[in-house]
Design a protein around this ligand. Structure first.
Ligand code: TRP
Length: 465
């Protein structure tokens, strides 16, 4: 913490409380947050919907030029404040002599992460259901019609969705009750590397299909005529989503980061791993899409309708399928916990509630909001709650929450984070704490002060008009 920040009173500061046990533990936890359904479920299907290569390039640019600087800024703020995001922003603003309204940045982040979790846990529930299908051997030699029907009937059944949504939320609450070290670290240490390995196996299988090169072409040969302006906003929004940015989740994790760890190197590692996982998922999935004559733009069901086909045909498919959907579930859970952590920290600090009770309260709340998404997929599939607003026309509750968070709240949160770090803090403090000098520091400052905020604003405003 800077000397300035130390000189003011920080009643909730966690000095002396547990930290991540090592740099690696933090990297794994933060990577666990970043790598999730966003990489394996969302990235392939939005890439498919937005025409492939051109979208991928814009997405990669967003990660490097906007995502990475914001990731650095966000982790940095967390470590400097050492509190829940809301209190971190409140006290840092006081220490830096800025407006107390900065605390609303924390509030918006907590709310965004909470809303995301409400539908994320429904999708997490799908992966639990698919572990079940995999273990029972339901994919064995199934054709694409059978697999499609399996997916469709799951969506049509509110009770199935509700059951798995509830189980998912329960697991998240159980892990979070255990606190940072006991719950999070152990889970992530073993399972994240395993997921990576299994994805490589899937890519290996995809390479053996006839359409691998077509998929490579689809993913990496840009055709900008296929990219709409909404596609650009989707790419930007996804850069935030996939790196868990703009919602103060990384700020919350950064608040446990030991002083001596390099934030810049760590952030680069997180962004690289996250991007690799997304690209691997694309390389595993699109060859199967093409080989089976499916539509790349099939939407949210894409991975649940393609991968089972491959599993059904490969040797030891039942084993690999079970393992894959289990690891997808793990990836989803390690992300989900980071969405609820900020709210729980705040309940603990501000309301003096113990961690377990805080986790239960937050869990019940998120479960209830999640019902909106559950019913959006069946009973309310034709109900468009905000259709009087053009941006939300023909969007169900599920779609509204997804759009509102990924395309509006997260970019806005990220924008304010870089504005704060770039404009309200002394550059000397930043340079010293990040351990950066000279050209690299000037480059980072340029990104944080000018380029990222400008790009976010341009894309944002362009889309509003
Ligand atoms: N990054 C995760 C994924 O790709 C999702 C996620 C975790 C997230 N924490 C977040 C998204 C906070 C937004 C905000 O699946």
């Amino acid at each position: 913490m800077s000397s300035q920040a130390q000189s003011i009173q920080m009643p909730h500061s966690r000095q002396g409380s547990p930290m991540w046990s090592s740099r690696l533990a933090f990297i794994l936890a933060a990577t666990g947050s970043a790598v999730g359904l966003g990489n394996i479920w969302k990235f392939p299907y939005i890439t498919g919907e937005n025409g492939g290569g051109a979208f991928v390039i814009v997405y990669l640019l967003c990660i490097a030029m906007i995502g990475l600087p914001i990731l650095i800024a966000e982790i940095y703020l967390g470590r400097r404040g050492r509190m829940s995001p809301i209190n971190t922003m409140k006290y840092l603003a006081r220490a830096d002599g800025s407006s107390p309204h900065w605390k609303y940045l924390g509030w918006m982040g907590v709310l965004a992460a909470f809303l995301i979790l409400s539908f994320y846990s429904v999708i997490g529930g799908w992966s639990i259901a698919y572990v079940g299908h995999a273990v029972s051997g339901d994919f064995n030699l199934a054709d694409s019609a059978t697999i499609g029907a399996m997916f469709g009937s799951m969506l049509q059944s509110p009770s199935t969705l509700l059951t798995w949504h509830s189980v998912f939320v329960l697991m998240v609450v159980a892990i979070l009750s255990g606190g940072i070290r006991g719950g999070l670290e152990k889970t992530v240490n073993i399972l994240m590397p395993l997921l990576f390995l299994l994805l490589l196996v899937m890519v290996g299988y995809a390479m053996s299909t006839s359409e691998f090169m077509r998929a490579v072409d689809f993913l990496f040969t840009p055709d900008f005529s296929k990219l709409s302006t909404e596609g650009v906003l989707t790419a930007l929004g996804h850069a935030f989503f996939t790196l868990s940015l703009g919602s103060c989740a990384m700020m919350a994790y950064g608040s446990f980061l030991p002083k001596e760890v390099s934030i810049v190197k760590t952030s680069v590692a997180i962004a690289v791993v996250d991007t690799l996982v997304a690209l691997l998922a694309g390389l595993a999935i699109f060859p199967l899409v093409f080989a089976n004559g499916m539509e790349p733009g099939a939407g949210p069901g894409l991975i649940f309708q393609t991968l089972p086909l491959a599993f059904g045909q490969m040797p030891a498919g039942t084993l690999f399928a079970s393992l894959f959907f289990f690891l997808l579930l793990v990836a989803a859970i390690t992300s989900a916990i980071s969405m609820l952590e900020p709210a729980i920290e705040w309940l603990e600090e501000q309301r003096g509630i113990n961690r377990r009770l805080a986790a239960v309260i937050a869990g019940v709340a998120v479960w209830s909001v999640g019902l909106l998404s559950v019913f959006s997929l069946n009973t309310w599939a034709d109900f468009y709650p905000l259709s009087f607003m053009p941006v939300f026309a023909e969007k169900t509750f599920f779609d509204v929450i997804d759009y509102l968070t990924a395309n509006i709240m997260l970019p806005l949160g990220g924008l304010f984070i870089v504005l704060y770090v770039g404009r309200c803090m002394k550059p000397e403090i930043l340079s010293q704490e990040l351990g950066l000098k000279g050209m690299p520091f000037r480059l980072l400052m340029f990104l944080i002060r000018y380029l990222s905020p400008a790009l976010v604003m341009v894309v944002f405003i362009y889309n509003l008009i």
